[in-house]
Design a binder for this molecule. Structure first.
Ligand code: MG
Length: 434
């Protein structure tokens, strides 16, 4: 018996090596042997049992990347939005690629994104053209996925999907034929006609369908085939794959989704991507001068001396602008508003700050907070701080509690300790954006 055990253990070691060698080829996913089984392998019947029942199914993931993302207003596919730590598409694809039960991935692309999406192709990732609608894209991908047992369909714009959600949907598809990642609704839903509530469905029966939506391949491919032979108008109402199966006459099963598994739809959703914060630092100094107004943080402060500069020389607002531009990755104010340009002679720095803020918005960045320090021997600034905060917050369309300003003398040291034309005022600013 012991001799037999050694023989079968050796046999399994050989089979395991063979499968391991074939990992990147068509054996991957076809056959997997658990280490624990070697312990049971002393009986040949177990081997037969194992080969019959432990043969796992192949799973292909379809990742939909062919959307235009027009609602986002980026001017390009939202999947390519990069927060400095990778694109939305990278995040989604990485989660699928690192899932042990997904054998290969099919990406669908829009014509204008063909070269970028095709550059992601590898042994396990293929790229195919999407269609005019979501339905057409999935139909094309299902044709390309022919031969797999389980197919997982996922929106490229859902980067927060987790391995647990994927596991739940795959398990459900193996057991029931389908697994639709879903969450129960927390809001009360109203059926509305012409602005008037018609009825209130029982909330306990309402779920929000997400992706992944996972199916046995034969089932979903037949449903799509039948639906595609109908008039295009009939197919327009399919906003997900579960609807196609319902239309086919089969009730899909739910699996557990997550409220975090959102579809990136608006620019506010982009701010939910972790690691999306950036800091910026700005610093500026202006010399005191006679016959000039003293403008700090957009307000005029009564003082015998003002600050010298091409614009209104608002040293605090200049430091804030440079901090914002630095955090956003844009050139500084010396480049944007050069003092050689007469357009900026005597310019109101608050108007320039508004222009910088618009650049932030264009780059889909939102201000988190601003923290500034003004270094000056004179005048006393404490009585003016609240007014400056209010003026700057108004220009940036933020709350005053998002901006804080402190003032300090420099203990008689350096240029900011000199209260005449040989000295001046300096300002330093940190910002956080996301
Ligand atoms: Mg300046």
């Amino acid at each position: 018996m012991k001799k037999n055990k050694n023989i079968y253990t050796k046999l399994f070691t050989i089979i395991n090596k063979f499968i391991h060698a074939g990992k990147s080829h068509h054996f991957k996913g076809k056959l997997r042997i658990s280490k624990g089984f070697v312990l049971l392998s002393s009986n040949p019947l177990y081997i037969l049992f194992f080969l019959c029942y432990n043969t796992t199914m192949t799973t292909t993931a379809i990742m939909l990347c062919a959307g235009s993302g027009t609602r986002m207003g980026l001017g390009y596919n939202k999947l390519f939005y990069n927060n400095g730590l990778g694109t939305v598409l990278d995040r989604t694809l990485t989660t699928l690629l690192s899932h042990g039960r997904i054998d290969n991935i099919i990406l669908t692309y829009a014509k204008e994104d063909e070269s970028v999406i095709k550059s992601l192709a590898s042994n396990t990732v293929t790229a195919i053209p999407g269609g005019a609608t979501r339905f057409d894209s999935v139909k094309n991908a299902l044709t390309a996925a022919k031969g797999c047992d389980i197919v997982l369909i996922h929106d490229g714009a859902r980067p927060f999907v987790t391995h647990e959600i994927i596991d739940g949907a795959i398990d459900s598809a193996i057991k029931h034929g389908s697994g639709i990642a879903s969450t129960p609704l927390t809001d009360t839903v109203k059926i509305v006609e012409q602005g008037i509530i018609n009825s209130t469905p029982d909330r306990s029966t309402l779920y929000s369908a997400q992706t992944p939506q996972v199916f046995r391949y034969e089932l979903i491919s037949k449903a799509y085939e039948k639906a595609s032979s109908h008039m295009p108008a009939d197919r327009l109402h399919f906003t997900d794959d579960a609807s196609v199966l319902e239309w086919y006459g089969i009730a899909p099963h739910l699996s557990l989704g997550s409220p975090d598994n959102i579809k990136i739809t608006t620019s506010a959703d982009l701010a939910k991507i972790p690691g999306n914060c950036r800091i910026g630092l700005g610093y500026d100094v202006h010399r005191f001068a006679k016959n000039r107004k003293l403008i700090l943080g957009g307000i005029e402060i009564p003082h015998p001396l003002g600050l010298l500069g091409h614009s209104d020389a608002d040293v605090l607002t200049h430091a804030i602008m440079d901090a914002l531009l630095s955090a956003t990755g844009l050139p500084d104010i010396g480049v944007l508003f050069p003092d050689t340009d007469s357009a900026y002679k005597g310019a109101d720095s608050i108007e320039l700050l508004k222009k910088v803020h618009r650049k932030l918005q264009t780059a889909n960045c939102q201000l988190v907070n601003i923290s500034c320090v003004i270094m000056a021997q004179a005048p006393k600034l404490a009585p003016h701080i609240q007014k400056m905060r209010a003026r700057l917050a108004d220009a940036l369309n933020i709350n005053t509690n998002q901006i804080n300003i402190s003032a300090t003398t420099t203990e008689g040291l350096g240029i900011t300790a000199i209260a005449d034309e040989n000295g001046g005022i300096a300002a330093s600013c940190n910002v956080l954006i996301r």
